[in-house]
Write a protein that binds this ligand. Sequence first.
Ligand code: CA
Length: 220
Amino acid sequence: MANKTLGLESNLYEYLQQVSVREAEVLKQLRQETEKHPMSIMQIAPEQGQFMALLVQLMGAKKTLDIGVFTGYSALVVALALPPDGQIIACDVDEETTKIAQKFWEKAGVSHKIDLRLAPALETLDQLITEGQNNTFDFAFIDADKSNYDNYYEKALWLVKPGGLIAIDNVLWGGKVADSEIKDNRTQKIRNLNKKLHQDPRIILSLVPIADGLTLALKK
Ligand code: CA
């Protein structure tokens, strides 16, 4: 895991941040608050958040999914980029970290755009499919437990519309995916999904080496 862009020398990474990151004050404050958390590395990098905000604006997205909320940075950065009637369905099981998320969504004045579903994300996604919300989402961000990554991808692929975008986080997994000696379950799951996506005719694909690797899968 990494919450900064991999593979850049630190001086170049600092330069990238200096000349490009435009992090809203409330996002900065959320980053500071999250730093106190033992799993703070799970928070996405600011340059990645900014990139995702640019993508949703480029697409004119209105309805999105946030699979894996943690302390709410990805949902917040997307919510700030959505129009006033934009909507995010945010999935997580952790009451404690999502309390922090809700506090900052409130503070940023975007909580009306975010519908937090505290339940296993697969259940929430299945429920949305059962309700007939297939082909209605513009954008989905997958950043939850890696063991279910393929399941999240398959369900997100039902839920986004043709021309909709699925963004999948941590696909370079700190470089572990490229080391064939590493065979733990999470690394294997990510490696298998990467391999599958490479051959998946249902999508248009790009793996962007920003932060810990962000795959973009555009549904055909
Ligand atoms: Ca992540």
